[in-house]
Design a protein around this ligand. Sequence first.
Ligand code: GP9
Ligand code: MN
Length: 696
Amino acid sequence: MKKKLQKLCKNTKRYIKKVREEHLIKQYIKENPLFITYILINVLNSTLLRFFTINTVQNYLSIKPIIADLSVIIITGSLGFLFKLKGRFRYWLTFTIIFTATCMVNSVYYTFYTSYASFSMLSLTQFLGPVGDAVVQNVVQLKDLAYLCAPTIFLFVNHKMKKKGYYKKIELKQNRKQSALKSLILGVILAVGFIISLTSLEIGRFNKQWNKEYIVMRFGIYIYQINDGITSLKPKINSMFGISKAIKDFNNYYEEREKNDTYASGTNEYTDTLKGKNILVIHAESLQTIAMNTKFNDQEVTPNLNKLASEGLYFSNYYSQVSVGTSSDAELTFTTSLMPTQSGTAFVSYFNRKYISLPKIMQDNGYYTFSMHGNNADFWNRRVMHENLGYQKFYSKKDYKVTTENTIGLGISDKEFFKQSVAKIEKIASKNEKYYGQIITLTNHTPFNEVEKYGEFDVDIKENITNEDGSISEVTYPYMEGTKLGNYFKSVHYADSAIGEFINELDQKGLLENTAIVIYGDHDARLPEKDYNRLFNYDKETDSIKDKEDSSYVKFDSYQYELNRKVPFIIWTKEKKYNKEVSNVMGMYDAMPTLTNMLGVERSKYALGHDIFNIKENNIVVFPNGNWLTNKVYYNSQKNEYLALNSNETISNTYIDENTSYTTKLLDVSNNLIVYDLIAKKEEENDLEKNLKEGS
Ligand code: GP9
Ligand code: MN
């Protein structure tokens, strides 16, 4: 092995020497001027596009996308050598035009939407309008035309070479197949080098494809566009097979549910208690219930939320049910009571399906509906999906004054965002009798490392000790400072204070009268298990983690981790003090059925969750990976194991089997409903039946 390696090194060295001494590179360039031009101009174009669109140093210095672009350009270009000179020229020109068009379209699109173009959007009529306008507005912009230099240079070089009679000389010398193979090998080597350099985060984001800027910054525009093409086709391919079985299962499932699910409808003491009220829903980024239950040096992490929770309805065992679509999945499940899809994400891959959603229902009931978020409108494809979900207006980054000073992490700070939102809500309130708004926060987003911007909040233990001379001094025990969980608590403390200020400002403007505030944490913050262990088992005397044998040791294994991922759900009104904590387990999908009943509006018959005040202790929370949770059991479907939550109770196999089968069926129906667009199909079928009846 060692010998082989040495031989390989020797050969490579010899080859490099040969390349240098015999000026092989110079010779290659001399012999392939058109191919080299083809490579350079197309890399230049893609690099220009990135430079014009993403203005960060990280992007300017990034070599990865250049290597990715090079490999795409060289691999596609290598096949050109198989043609004779004229065909070769045409082949490279065609690809240059395709690459140039890709850059131009994305450049224009970016100016308008601050995001990159997607094939899937082409099917949307609302997209064609604005882009048509955008083309007109931008046609004079020099930067969009700059890319045309590429085909121009290509034609120019070809013309020059022809004039010099260069090609005739080359044609005699070149072996077409060998040239193609050599270039292909070079392209493949670059591609392999690029793939090896990828981190798991980059691969993960690439697979999801929604974080477009991130992908272009790492993979270059050409790979982004190829991947986008494949991702856009996937939902179409998925929905081509198995539709008849899906329709049958769907019909059976909902018929059965209407007949036998006694909790699916019905009134209770909370029915209509929110009838006619304005609704402001706060989608609180990465807010976990643990923050509400934690104090440092007697200071609550979330004093404002705790106050709202104690005065209002507080659901203390509420679980997010997100999959890879994180924030967007939370929005989907909260507003439609459906589960995230099994592949891709509903917001990105199935944005053109029909959904029965809370904002749509509210709009049908005379409400003005809107959403607000300080990030780019295209993040998670919200611009398109919010319209589909029934928000009449989406206030996004472009509607806010965002400056470097008021930015934290991903964008505008929550405090500034809320402040500017109050002014907008005031206007909305003056023009509309009733409104329903979804307000999506941003600051409390991983990696929680802009600690200096969150404001003062101690996460170390501070104690006063009396010295021998009677004086008092403060000692600090290094507890959570510097840990990710510690930083998270500081960030949540900031987010809580922003919510507190928001409520105060709404109150000052008289906007809390006849308004209900609904708050939910969108998903957990994916914090390290070891940090929780420190939080629960820190021994300040020894500055270490307690021993497992210690009587006060708190067990925190993978089950506790899962259970601890819960997020708060609060419903609060200024006038009515509910003062109630609901501790039955509840999923994000139970929010819509609970709220429609409280609001006194019609429920969605496709909702998969339940009104918690009807189902109470019999509720089950289904997770996208097949795990489920009841008041009695947390079941892990991957391991086929469970944790009994009440040690005194024995759990029967039937209980596990029944709930597992309930979970599998629900996940399948939910997925099929979205993938095959079954709500739309059902409605078409009903309309047809109605017309036939009326006709006969
Ligand atoms: C982005 C924000 C965060 O706009 O909603 O999304 P997430 O990373 O939590 O899915
Ligand atoms: Mn989120």
